[in-house]
Design a protein around this ligand. Sequence first.
Ligand code: GDP
Length: 526
Amino acid sequence: MTDQTRPDDPVSIRRTFAIISHPDAGKTTLTEKLLLFGGAIQLAGEVKAKRNRVNTRSDWMNIERQRGISVMTSVMTFEYDGRVFNLLDTPGHEDFSEDTYRTLTAVDSAIMVIDAAKGIEDRTRKLFEVCRLRDIPIVTFINKMDRETRDPFDLLDEIEKTLALDTAPVTWPIGRGKDFAGTYNLAQNTIRRLDGEVEATPVSGPEDKLFDELLSQYDVDEWREEVALAREGLRPFDLAAFREGHLSPVFFGSALRNFGVRDLIDSLGAIAPPPRAQEAEGRMVEADERKMTGFIFKIQANMDPNHRDRIAFMRVCSGKLTRGMKAKLVRTGKPITLSAPQFFFAQDRAIADEAYAGDVVGIPNHGTLRIGDTLSEGEQIVFRGVPSFAPELMRRVKIGDAMKQKKLREALQQLAEEGVVQLFIPFDGSGAIVGVVGALQLDVLKERLGAEYNLPIDYEPVRFSICRWVEADDRAELDKFMTANNSAMANDLDGAPVFMAPSPFSLQYDAERWPAIRFTDVKDYQ
Ligand code: GDP
């Protein structure tokens, strides 16, 4: 395994990553342990404890507490072994997939956590598919080896088959469940005992006598054979294939017992890519370019509910961001002064005096910045790939008091800019329609309109269940389509035309009747 880290180069020491998993696989537990390595938190348990505590950041979000889930995406920065790790948290609940997808556009690698008793679960697969769209390299952590598990060979086979992803085990479990004794590092020929020292013990191979000595309380013959089989029979690690997103190194462990986590983070430091080049319209932006560029992938409102403040999370893509610098907001062409950019840690925020490619900074603003925005030092450049997905649920927003219509429209506009819901304004002048990927987003919208804007709303069903952005090379053809379907047309937040249909079947019917029109279910934000 090669390591391209150069200590004097701030970009090469950065690792910006996310953890993808199915709920309950152990993401929170692993996050705690990773943060412990970085010294970012004192005690394991903090992450979850904090979730349940009332704090300014999520005070308003009663839903979060009631349902005991985290609906916020945040970033946690920590240093370990000469590197800076930026861990972007992806909300665990399925309904928040839009937020999660956007977060994954801002990482360079991901850890995939799998429950050893369950294997690949639904949500893991979906998140993996999003990573695959961008060929994000994946490190696999097979968790909960201290409990009854499936056969490790089967688990690897399942990953290969269901995800079409090659696997290369780096460590191999010695025993499992109550007999889980440690791991064997197949690349380095070392044994790490579950209850052992921090350093792993080198051996000459699985047949080494030390194997028995180290694990004398177990009946090791069977495990030794399995290690030998894994070493002989399974694919070795290949850095190039990993970096291209085709092969995943696999680690076995137990997040709860803090076992296997050190191997995992050491490997992330050694093999996960430093900040990669990002695709902008017209050119690739290299991380080591001199001028600062970045894009906004997340907006979080009301971290301080007394001021309608919003934090826009920006991934720095190149150059150096310095506090106080003037950047250009490409969408409007206007300058924006970055007077108080912030870094986030597990428990704190701090003013960011300098940030480099791969870093995520929070930029406080009052609505100037939107999801998908690009900031630059003057260049007219737009990053691609912060997607908007066609909603799967649509509702009309109703408010009893007609005098509040205008206020409602403004509030919806603001919340749509934050990415809480998507907003569609029908051509025919009927009330605003909101679209979401998951039903929980509707609850969040209602809650926030009530709590923050004093706008008590209800939802009404609409006859549409599906929508698509429409485009055509021939403008006249698009106009003809829109006129013919006026009552099923709306504008999205940016004024782009959207066609709404009652069912996938009717959508397909219309698509066939209008071959010159392109119907798309994913739209880049810009
Ligand atoms: P998340 O939903 O993916 O964030 O999962 P959590 O980290 O909250 O873990 C879900 C449950 O599994 C919790 O009760 C954890 O204590 C437990 N858990 C996590 N990792 C392990 C592990 O390695 N071994 C065992 N036995 N339990 C674990």
